[in-house]
Design a protein around this ligand. Structure first.
Ligand code: AP5
Ligand code: MG
Length: 227
C-alpha cells in the first residue's frame, strides 16, 4: 500500500504517518526528517545550504528531493508500500511521483489530505517539541507527556524544539505552502484515489478517519482485481 499524506505545515502529517507505519508495517518517509538528519550528520556545503533553506522556511530544490525519494522508494523495505509525508510539495514533484509509481510499481497511490484551520495550525506548531533521544513528538498545549518532563516512550528528560518552529519561519512556511503546495492539492483533488479528512479532533479520531479511507481504498483495489 502506498499512501501520500498531504496538508499544510503542522496539520499532523508526521503524527498520523507514524501510526499508519506501525499499523501497516510499511516505512514512514518524511522528507523533512530525511533532510534534518542529513543536515545534522554532514559538514558538506550542500548540508549547510539545505539547513539555511529549511531555517528560512523555503523549499529545498526539486532535483535534490526527487533524487532522495527515488533512491529511498527503491529500497527493499518499500516493496510492500510506504507512507510519504512532506512529499510531493510542488507540481514538478507530484508529476515525477506519478510517473515513478505507474511505471515502476504499476500501482495507484492513495492521497489523503489533512485539513486543519490556520488557528489550530499555529497552536500545533508553536507548541511542538520532541524527545531528543527517540524523536517522539509532543505538544505543550495539546499533547504533553503523561509525566511532565519525561518521555512516554523512552524515559528521557532531554527535549528539543525544531529551529523552523518560530513565528517568522512558520509564517514563511505557510506562505510557501499556499504558493507551491496548494496547487498539488488541486492536482490530486479531482482524482478517484483522493480523500479529504477533517483534521479537527484528537489524534485517535483522525487516525480512525484515515484508516476508514485506507480500508475503502484497499477494498476498491481488491474489487478491481477480481473484475
Ligand atoms: P517538514 O518536516 O515536512 O515540515 P512541515 O510540512 O512544515 O510539516 P510539519 O512537520 O511542521 O508538521 P506535521 O504535519 O508533520 O505535524 P506534526 O505531526 O509534527 O518540512 C520541513 C522543511 O523541509 C520544509 O519547510 C522544507 O524546507 C523542507 N522540505 C521537506 N520536504 C520537502 C519537499 N518535498 N520539497 C522541498 N522542501 C522540502 O504535528 C504538529 C504538532 O501538532 C505536534 O506538536 C503534534 O503533537 C500536534 N498534533 C498533531 N496532531 C494533533 C491532534 N490531532 N490534536 C492535537 N495536537 C496534534
Ligand atoms: Mg512533520
Amino acid at each position: 500500500m502506498k499512501i501520500i499524506l498531504l496538508g499544510a505545515p503542522g496539520v499532523g502529517k508526521g503524527t498520523q504517518a507514524k501510526l499508519l507505519s506501525k499499523k501497516y508495517h510499511i516505512p514512514h518517509l518524511s522528507t523533512g526528517e530525511i533532510l534534518r538528519d542529513f543536515v545534522a550528520n554532514s559538514r558538506s556545503r550542500l548540508a549547510h545550504d539545505t539547513k539555511e533553506t529549511i531555517d528560512q522556511g523555503r523549499l529545498v530544490g526539486d532535483d535534490l528531493i526527487i533524487q532522495i525519494i527515488q533512491d529511498r522508494i527503491q529500497q527493499d523495505d518499500c516493496k510492500q508500500g510506504f507512507i510519504l509525508d512532506g512529499f510531493p510539495r510542488t507540481l514538478v514533484q507530484a508529476k515525477m511521483l506519478d510517473e515513478l509509481i505507474y511505471k515502476q510499481h504499476r500501482d495507484v497511490i492513495l492521497v489523503i489530505n489533512i485539513d486543519v484551520s490556520m488557528e489550530d495550525i499555529v497552536k500545533r506548531i508553536s507548541g511542538r517539541f520532541s524527545c531528543r533521544k527517540c524523536g517522539k513528538v509532543y505538544n505543550h498545549y495539546l499533547l504533553p507527556p503523561t509525566i511532565q518532563g519525561i518521555c512516554n516512550e523512552c524515559g528521557s528528560t532531554d527535549f528539543i524544539k525544531r529551529e523552523d518552529d518560530n513565528e517568522e519561519v512558520i509564517r514563511n512556511r505557510v506562505a510557501v505552502y499556499k504558493e507551491y503546495t496548494a496547487p498539488v492539492l488541486e492536482y490530486y483533488r479531482t482524482k478517484a484515489n483522493f480523500y479529504n479528512i477533517d483534521g479537527r479532533g484528537d489524534v485517535n479520531q483522525i487516525a480512525d478517519k484515515i484508516n476508514l479511507q485506507v480500508l475503502r481504498h484497499q477494498n476498491i483495489k481488491e474489487a478491481a482485481k477480481e473484475m
